[in-house]
Structures are given as structure tokens and as C-alpha cells.
Design a protein around this ligand. Structure first.
Ligand code: G3H
Ligand code: 13P
Ligand code: ZN
Length: 338
């Protein structure tokens, strides 16, 4: 069953757990995420970036989402636009059947230039008015993702501030967060606390100086009724890096966001949505690399897709268990009366 993000976040807040938001780019990844939710009785958030919408073809994408709903009618599932760059992108997502959109007005429409708070409020509020009229939720963002160590904006996925940016922007200001939420009435707020997209987040195990969970706690105290969202929250575990390298992948040593820090943010900072894409990508591609390395004679694409899907499924299931959403699907269903 297709539900809004708000429904899922309210249930999560009530019961004190977090939800992983999984990026998908094809039907294989949709099957991995959906099956993990089905096997763990989890409510599900899948999200599509602008790039994913383009890659999948919007007609195909629409029917992949319909297919997920038909396959697993008992799973409460939210289809979310990740990093919408403009009201037009968000309205397009609503037309495709998404039940939630992120209006990322922390950056201008080019998805690269940091925007001021007034611009952010104006575009986000415009999206909230349209989305709420049709029961769709809206996630906003205050602050820009990027490294607190280097001061560099977040550019790995082609979305994010370019070059070194104003250090003040790299940490969400609690006062601005409060002003933004009051002015826009968003359903969730993404915060900048030192995380960034992609594999290369930290050069050593992150300390509290570069991963500012304490700032999320502070923001939560100012706006306790607004669920917070952590982007760039792949953990890039050592074993996944090792596996990727083992089969010929080229990845320099890196550190992601430790699971226990995410669990702390869920417990203490009202973080309810945790975005994970990179871990799924690495797991998927390590499995693909293994088949290509071990069985170079294979040419049926299914021979690499199936192990890739299974590797992503394992990550999805693990995160659902680690963030506490496993076992909550039937409770959401019950609360919704179906
Ligand atoms: O926002 C970041 C997600 O990992 C999606 O990345 O824009 O390459 O699809 P993408
Ligand atoms: P990762 O690159 O850390 O997986 O973050 C994904 C994300 O934030 C999508 O919006
Ligand atoms: Zn993101």
C-alpha cells in the first residue's frame, strides 16, 4: 500500500525507530528493496533521484512502482523524490505517483549553487502547498552537505555545492531550521551535520568534530515535532570495501557514517529517515565484479543481476534491522486500519 512519508515518520517517531530510505535506479534494485521489506515486515521508503528518473524512463518507472505495490500490497510503502531541484521536478514526481518529494532549496535550481534562506523558504513553501493538497509529503533541507574537514561541498553524485563553501553553510543553524519549518510546514527536515554523498566521506574513523550528531540533537530540541533526515548516511563498512577491492574494484581506503552513530541520532536527535545509496551500490557492484572475475565466459546478464540483487537485498535487510523498522510493517498497517 502506497502511503505518504508523513504517515511513516509519525509512526517511527511514536515508536522511536528510524527508516532507511533506499535509492533505486532499476527494477532489480526495486525487487531487492521490496523483498527485504517483505521478509522483515518493514515499512519501506524507496527514493528516486532526478538521475534515476531519467535513467529508468519515467513510464517504466511509474510501472515499476505500480508493480511493487501489486507485488507487496501489505507493505506500507512510500515513493519519494530524492533531491528535487525545483517545484517543477516535484510536481512531475507527484504526477508519476510519488507520495513524497524532497524540495532541496538549500541549492538553487542548478543543484550546485548554495541558495539563501529566503529563496529556500519560498520554493519549499510553494511545493508544500501543492503537495499537501493531494496528500503528498515534503522534505526540505537547511544547510549544505559537505565535509567539515576540508570545507568542500558535496559533489560526488553531480548534485551538490561546487568547491569550497562558506563553513557556516556546512552545519545547519538551529535557529534557521526553526524559522524554515515554521514558515514552510514541511513534513521532514534534512540537516547538514558533516555527512556527504558517496564513498569518500571521512579520511579516518569520524570523530564528533567532523560528524556532528550533537548538532542534530540541538536542532531536534528546537523543533521536536519535525522528524529529521540524514543524507549521505552510508556506512561504507570495511568488509564491503574489501569485497569490492577483492574482485578488482578500485577504491581508496575510506570511512562512512558508523551504524552506532546513526542509531544514536535515531535515539537522541529525532532522526527518522536515513538515506543510504552508496552501500547498496558497492555491494551490488562487488557481486557483479565477482561473477565477471570468476566466470568470464558468462554472457547471460541474469547471471550478474541475480547476485547483485542478492547483495543489495542483504544490505537493505541489515539496515532495516539496524535502524529498527524491521517488524513495524504490520503495526503501521494496523494503525492505518487495513
Ligand atoms: O543524492 C544522492 C543519491 O545517492 C542519488 O545519486 O543522483 O547519482 O542518482 P544520483
Ligand atoms: P550515500 O551516498 O551516503 O548513500 O547517501 C545517499 C543519499 O543521501 C541520497 O539522498
Ligand atoms: Zn541526499
Amino acid at each position: 500500500m502506497r502511503v505518504s512519508l508523513r504517515v511513516l515518520l509519525e509512526h517511527a517517531a511514536l515508536r522511536g525507530y528510524g527508516l532507511v530510505a533506499l535509492n533505486i535506479n532499476n527494477a532489480e534494485q526495486a525487487l531487492a528493496a521490496g523483498q527485504a521489506a517483505a521478509d522483515t515486515d518493514s515499512p519501506l521508503i524507496v527514493q528516486m533521484s532526478r538521475g534515476a528518473r531519467k535513467h529508468m524512463n519515467e513510464v517504466m518507472l511509474k510501472h515499476v512502482l505500480n508493480g511493487m505495490e501489486e507485488l507487496w500490497p501489505h507493505i506500507p510503502m512510500c515513493f519519494h523524490q530524492d533531491h528535487g531541484n525545483s517545484p517543477a521536478t516535484c510536481l512531475g514526481a507527484i504526477q508519476l505517483g510519488f507520495t513524497s518529494v524532497m524540495m532541496d532549496g538549500s541549492l538553487k535550481e542548478d543543484g550546485k549553487t548554495p541558495a539563501d534562506l529566503q529563496y529556500n523558504i519560498r520554493v519549499t513553501e510553494e511545493v508544500v502547498r501543492a503537495a499537501h493538497a493531494v496528500g503528498v509529503s515534503v522534505e526540505g533541507e537547511v544547510g549544505c552537505l559537505g565535509s567539515l574537514l576540508t570545507g568542500a561541498g558535496d559533489q560526488e553524485d553531480g548534485h551538490g555545492a561546487v568547491g569550497r563553501i562558506d563553513p557556516d553553510l556546512l552545519l545547519t543553524d538551529p535557529g534557521e531550521a526553526e524559522e524554515f519549518v515554521k514558515a514552510t510546514n514541511v513534513d521532514a527536515l534534512a540537516v547538514a551535520i558533516g555527512t556527504s554523498h558517496g564513498a569518500y566521506k571521512f579520511t579516518t574513523e569520524p570523530t564528533g568534530a567532523v560528524l556532528r550528531i550533537d548538532r542534530a540533537v540541538e536542532i531536534h530540541q528546537r523543533i521536536p515535532n519535525c522528524p529529521l533526515v540524514m543524507h549521505g548516511s552510508s556506512s561504507v563498512p570495511q568488509e564491503l570495501q574489501d569485497e569490492f577491492r577483492k574482485w578488482g574494484g578500485d577504491m581508496r581506503q575510506t570511512w562512512g557514517v558508523p551504524i552506532d552513530e546513526i542509531q544514536r541520532a535515531i535515539k537522541e536527535a529525532g532522526v527518522r529517515k536515513v538515506n543510504v545509496d552508496t552501500d547498496c551500490r558497492i555491494a551490488y557492484m562487488a557481486a557483479v565484479r565477482q561473477v565477471l572475475r570468476e566466470a568470464p565466459g558468462k554472457f547471460d546478464p541474469r547471471d550478474i543481476w541475480v547476485p547483485g540483487r542478492k547483495a543489495m537485498y542483504d544490505i537493505c535487510k541489515q539496515r532495516m534491522e539496524q535502524f529498527g523498522q524491521a517488524g513495524q510493517g504490520s503495526s503501521v498497517r494496523k494503525a492505518l486500519g487495513y
